[in-house]
Ligand binder design. Structure first.
Ligand code: MG
Length: 303
């Protein structure tokens, strides 16, 4: 078992993108600052997508421009195509996450290109990124199941991991976009991913749509994955299941792993405060549990 993991904080992007409320740039920057202060040093903060389709991300360039410089944190911008990558690069991104999909139907719906068309676009972007000193990761969405095509074949996921590695990414994330995965599937898919791309760092992205995200995160770490995505307060509801829970809550991950003796580098009370900031900003209760109960044995921080 590993003794240390890295948590990637995705609330400012994946979290807020999938909430109906539109959060202003200043509040996003405050959330990011609170996250970094709590010890979250790698954060997904913006998505360079069509602002008419995704109004929550319309201020992507403003968020990038407002980020603190030289604070030791790594900020990730999302891109779905070459144009998005170019906009992220213009905005000063040093790390770009390129989104692939493990089904044609989801790829067409989310990115307007078939599954392998997205791989071609990634292969077009990676040389540009290398020249601009930008590192590129890939996320394989719907790796655990697709809202349109049903079960995702494990062979498809392994093939995409291999293709992403061939395109030159430093890291591949397997994403349970609609929260249908179970721990046995996590073990199977990450074993296949490791075999398909032994030199590439693996990362896991779970949604708690069906309450399996924490179990899946543990399974991933148990099989050697060292990078896990989380979203403070558990925001980021599933667009295909209205009213469902969101991403796995960061503070719940911190609590569980730290209590197991696996270091996250994150201060639990700081994470809880940042999670409560999100709830206040959205003006509603959020799904995370540890932010309500507080840590143990230390007393909960006061709201
Ligand atoms: Mg997500």
């Amino acid at each position: 078992m590993v003794s240390q993991i890295e948590l990637v904080e995705v609330s400012a992007r994946d979290g807020l993108q999938n909430e109906p409320e539109i959060v202003g740039t200043e509040a996003k920057l405050e959330l990011i600052a609170r996250s970094v202060a709590a010890g979250l040093k790698r954060l997904e903060v913006a998505s360079f997508v069509n602002p008419t389709k995704v109004p929550q991300m319309a201020d992507a360039a403003e968020v990038m421009a407002g980020l603190p410089k030289n604070d030791g944190a790594t900020y990730i911008a999302l891109a779905l195509n070459r144009r998005g990558f170019e906009r992220a690069a213009e905005a000063g991104a040093k790390e770009v996450n390129f989104v692939l999909a493990a089904s044609d139907a989801f790829a067409m719906r989310n990115s307007g290109a078939p599954m392998l068309g997205l791989v071609d676009a990634l292969a077009e972007v990676t040389p540009l990124a290398r020249a601009a000193n930008i590192r590129v990761s890939a996320t394989i969405s719907v790796a655990f199941g697709c809202p349109f095509e049903g079960e995702t074949p494990a062979e498809t996921v392994a093939d995409l991991v291999r293709r992403a590695a061939d395109a030159g990414v430093f890291e591949v994330a397997l994403a349970d976009t609609i929260g249908v995965g179970a721990p046995s599937q996590v073990r199977d898919l990450f074993a296949r991913a490791k075999a398909a791309a032994p030199g590439v760092q693996l990362r896991a992205h779970f949604h708690n749509t069906r309450n399996t995200a924490l179990a899946n995160a543990l399974a991933a770490v148990e099989c050697g994955v060292r990078v896990i995505d989380g979203s403070l307060a558990g925001v980021g509801g599933c667009p295909f299941a209205p009213g469902a829970a969101g991403n796995v809550p960061t503070e719940d991950l911190v609590y569980m792993f730290e209590r197991m003796g696996i270091a996250t580098g994150v201060d639990l009370d700081g994470a809880i405060e940042a999670a409560r900031f999100i709830s206040r900003t959205l003006g509603k209760a959020t799904p995370g549990m540890v932010s309500k109960a507080g840590g143990f044995p230390k007393a909960a921080v006061q709201a």
